[in-house]
Every structure is written in C-alpha cells, then in structure tokens.
Design a protein around this ligand. Structure first.
Ligand SMILES: Cc1cc2nc3c(=O)[nH]c(=O)nc-3n(C[C@H](O)[C@H](O)[C@H](O)COP(=O)(O)OP(=O)(O)OC[C@H]3O[C@@H](n4cnc5c(N)ncnc54)[C@H](O)[C@@H]3O)c2cc1C
Length: 402
C-alpha cells in the first residue's frame, strides 16, 4: 500500500520509531524475554530512553500525558511497534494499559484522571481489565456474574475473574460488574475503578498460558473480589454504561491489535523469504520449490488483504462509525492470517524455526491467542453474518463500496 494513504505526521514519527527499534529493541529482545531481574532493569532503561526521545505513550494525546496525534496516527504506528513483542512495553502503550488509558481519557472525571490516568500514562503504575470470568462464557458478556451492590455512597463488589492480563503487580483495575440485573440486558453492567490494594481484592494466581506463567506485565491472572468497597466516585462513564464503554474500548483496540499482528506477519514473512533464498536442499534453494513459493505468494496476498481491510475499518472508525462488520471481519481474518504466516515461516526454517535462534517460536506462541482474545473467531463471524443477512432481510442488501 502506498505511503500516501498514511497520515503525514505518522510517516515522520515512523522513521523515529523504526530507528529506535533497530538500535535498542531488537538487540534487547533475547534479554527481555528471560523475564529475570536484569530484564526488568533493562526494560526500565529502555523506557527512560523512549521518554527522553519523545516516543512515550503514543496512544494518548499530550493533554493526557502522551505523544499521540489521534486515532489513525496510533493505529498506523502499531504496524511498526508490533514487529517486536516487547516494543509496546518500551513505548508505554502495552495492553491492557493502553485501552484502559483510552477509556479513562474519554470517560473519566477530572478526579479519576488525576488519581488513575496520570500515573498510568506516566508509567508509574500498571492496570488490568477484569471482565472475563471462569464460570461463564466470556464471548457473551450478558452472562457475567460479578455483582456490585450499592451501599450508601459505596459500591460493594463480589466476583471471580480470570485472564486479567497484567494483574500481577498492577496498581488498579477496571472491573466490569453487574449493578442492575433487572435492567435491559445491555444496561446491567457498570465499570468500576478499583485500587488493587483495596480490602477484598485477591490475586489468586497467574494462570499459566501454553506452559508460561509469566511475571508482572506478562501474566493472565485469576482474581477474586470479596466485599470490595469503592466509592460511587469510582464509577467510570456512568452507571449502566459498561457495555457501551466496552464497545468503545474494543472497536479501536481490535484495529490496534491487527496492526500489531501485521507487524508480526511482515517480520515472519521477511524471515521466511530470506531463509528460502539461502537454504539449499535437493539441488537448489528452498525458494525454487513450488510449495515454498505458494507459501510466499499466499502470505503476501493475506498480508496485503489485512492491511487494506485494516485501513478501511480504521478510516471508518476515524469518521465516527462503529464499523462493526468491518472490525469483526478483519479481526477473525487477520488472526488466522497471523497464525498461518508465522506457521509457514517456521516450516521453512525446519527445526531452527522452533529454536530461540529466530523470534518465530515466541511469535507463534503469542499468535495463537489472537484467535480467542477480544472475541473468538466464531463470534466475529457470527456478528458479520448476522448483520449482513439482516441488511438483506431489510431490503438493503450489502454494498462493499460504502
Ligand atoms: C492472552 C489472553 C489475554 C486476555 N486478556 C484479558 C483481559 O485482560 N481481561 C479480560 O477480561 N479478558 C481477557 N481475556 C479473555 C478473553 O477476552 C476471552 O477468552 C474471550 O472473550 C472468550 O471467552 P472465553 O474464553 O470464556 O470463551 P467462551 O466464551 O467460553 O467460548 C469458548 C469457545 O466457544 C466457541 N463459541 C463461542 N460463541 C460461539 C458462537 N456464537 N458460535 C460458535 N462458536 C462459539 C468459540 O470457539 C470459543 O472459542 C484474554 C484472553 C487471552 C487468551
């Protein structure tokens, strides 16, 4: 896709992020991956350097403490940042903090911004987003059971969450709780800001994911809330607004995910093409085998399709549309392309593809989750099909040109 389609201020910033990643992030990946004390010190150093170079917190604008220049700017930037699994952390825009900061910026009161947003964007604390529960299907949030009951000027929360990413060592949570079970289905939930040290918050364990329990930012925790009291001042965006806020957070968030996946796909693709040209078997380079050529061609087509789908959905969101169909079809299509492209790159590398000599094995490990988090493939396919079929029933058909 031509660079002309990207915002001009993004293109200027891209060169600076690219240079920083070449110089500081790629050479540090192996050390960061070890997740020992030294790796955390190294991360701190890199984060300080990113701040000093004006590359900090590109997901929020300067008035919120960041360096961002709007939704499209940050969406595009994720394609660069996404090439390394650790760059989000270095630039202070890691999930779920980035999404949490965005909704705090959009919907927080001045007091909430001072107490929660300012230290979050400054990197003084981390946060988690507690929505998914082990006992009910996360795909269907109308089933959520965590309850908050009003008692005077407080809400009292009881519930059981898991897959709270980054909860280990976080300073606060945004908790999705049912506050009015009698209300219309999508008005039942409220988001509450909960300090992690509030009485009754228990981080039960970091749930190992594909054999990896992680540490700090790289955890997915089981969390219990038992009689946790927060003031009514801690309601984020209004009572009964949780579904609307979740949608506001997830739509743009999915664009950011896919742009990062595009960064991963392109890195895997480059490794695959280079290795296919170098490695020889049965009388010539792998690049001359038609199966390998098919993998290269299919991957190129999928990557380009994902880029165009992403830019289309991002522009519609930027123009104020929710772009529900565009975002959902992009989410499941890109998650599968991501898994496929990385898998082909591993296959071309043979056994080396499974070692730590390339980033591919780590990339594959993280990629598989993409087909599940922020809505499994099947749910996004359902959203796409239902909306298109309804449009046909209503007599409007479906135009790909709009
Ligand atoms: C790495 C990772 C990080 C995460 N981080 C967070 C976080 O920070 N905070 C948070 O709250 N949650 C987080 N999640 C949870 C995530 O959002 C949920 O896993 C997701 O919403 C799916 O819910 P579930 O796991 O309960 O699966 P379920 O809803 O139980 O679904 C199980 C399977 O059922 C099938 N299915 C569901 N609905 C349909 C349908 N309509 N048609 C056909 N098949 C269907 C799908 O194949 C689906 O995979 C994270 C998950 C992962 C993997």
């Amino acid at each position: 896709m031509s660079d002309a389609l990207f915002p001009a201020d993004y293109l200027e910033a891209r060169d600076r992020y690219r240079a920083f990643m070449d110089e500081h992030i790629y050479p540090s990946e192996a050390a960061i991956e070890r997740e020992d004390d030294d790796s955390f010190l190294l991360l701190d150093e890199l984060r300080d350097r990113a701040r000093a170079e004006g590359l900090w917190a590109p997901h929020v604008p300067p008035e919120a403490g960041g360096t961002g220049l709007g939704f499209l700017y940050y969406a595009c930037l994720n394609e660069e940042i996404g090439r390394s699994l650790y760059a989000q952390l270095v630039f202070g825009c890691q999930a779920p903090d980035a999404g949490n900061a965005e909704i705090l910026h959009l919907f927080g009161t001045e007091a909430q911004k001072e107490q929660f947003l300012r230290p979050l964007v400054a990197g003084e604390v981390r946060s988690f987003f507690a929505m998914t529960e082990p006992d009910v299907a996360g795909s269907d949030p109308t089933l959520l059971r965590t309850r908050a009951v009003r008692d005077g000027d407080d809400w009292v929360i009881d519930g059981h969450k898991w897959f709270s990413s980054g909860a280990d060592g976080a300073g606060f949570a945004i908790v999705f709780a049912i506050t009015d079970p009698e209300a219309e289905q999508h008005r039942r939930g409220t988001m509450l800001l909960v300090p992690a040290d509030a009485a009754g918050v228990e981080i039960v364990r970091s749930v190992p994911v594909m054999g990896h329990a992680g540490r700090g930012w790289n955890t997915h925790c089981e969390v219990r809330f038992e009689g946790v009291r927060v003031s009514v001042e801690n309601v984020l965006g209004g009572e009964g607004e949780a579904f609307r806020l979740a949608q506001k957070r997830l739509g743009p968030g999915r664009i950011h995910h896919v742009m990062r996946w595009l960064g991963q796909m392109q890195r895997a693709f480059e490794l695959m093409c280079r290795y296919a040209n170098e490695r020889e078997a049965f009388g010539g380079p792998l690049a001359e085998k038609q199966t390998v050529q098919n993998w290269v061609a299919d991957s190129a087509a999928e990557i380009q399709a994902c880029r165009l789908l992403t830019m289309d959905a991002a522009r519609k969101i930027d123009e104020g549309s929710e772009a529900r169909v565009e975002v959902s079809l992009l989410k499941f299509y890109a998650a599968n392309a991501l898994v496929q492209v990385i898998d082909r790159a591993i296959q071309v590398h043979g056994a080396r593809g499974l070692t730590d000599e390339t980033p591919l094995a780590q990339m594959a490990l993280h990629a598989r989750a993409a087909r599940i988090y922020d809505g499994p493939d099947e749910v996004h396919r359902m959203v796409v099909a239902r909306r298109i079929l309804k449009s046909f029933r209503d007599g409007d058909g479906w135009s790909f040109a709009d």
